[in-house]
Design a binder for this molecule. Sequence first.
Ligand code: DX5
Ligand code: ZN
Length: 223
Amino acid sequence: MSMTIKIAASILNADPINIESEIENVQESIDWIHFDVMDNHFVPNLSFGKGLLEALSKKRIKPLDAHLMIENPDKWAVEFADAGADSVTFHLEAAKDPRKIIKDIKSLNKKVGIAIKPNTSYEQIRELLAEIDVLLVMTVEPGFGGQKFMDQMLVKVELARKEVNKNNLNLWIQVDGGIGYETIEKATRAGADFLVVGSAAFSTNDPEKAMRELRNLALNSSK
Ligand code: DX5
Ligand code: ZN
């Protein structure tokens, strides 16, 4: 089975005052805009909110993948879907009733994803895989860009890929955190097909070139 590679640009590390042009600059080499939402409670950092998401969605540059690193996604997930996210990913660790959130997002005809932090096991998410569109395996502790990729997380990606292939699930396997020249091929070889790239592109002086090169590495190493 061949995977279709999807690249998402995480704008957390883009130039905040030039977000729109930063995205436009890389748009040819990406499929999604990854929009990190942090509430300073679930993670020790604060980032973007609904207002910016809504403004970006009106520009229709690329579909928006909201990654909610916030408490109480039971309340907030639908609000981000309503604000214009095309896909909403919430953290399993923060959700009171994951099945209800899944149902709520799906009823708005949006994709729904669940993210798991490094200390959350594959077993804890396994029974929900058939009900979601995206599994996000965090490859760093959520909260900040520019951290080191955690190789041990690839075991979860491998297990998820086996399950997806075995049961023919319609599930994208996303990795987020520390994806760059040294790590992107490891991630695709383990079975990830949705790669979030932040500082590996935006901290260089030619993000467009970096995105293009990373995309080619992912394509050439995918199964
Ligand atoms: C981290 C965020 C990531 C982050 C990735 O908590 O969820 O999306 O921006 O940045 P890099 O690619 O620099 O690790
Ligand atoms: Zn993210």
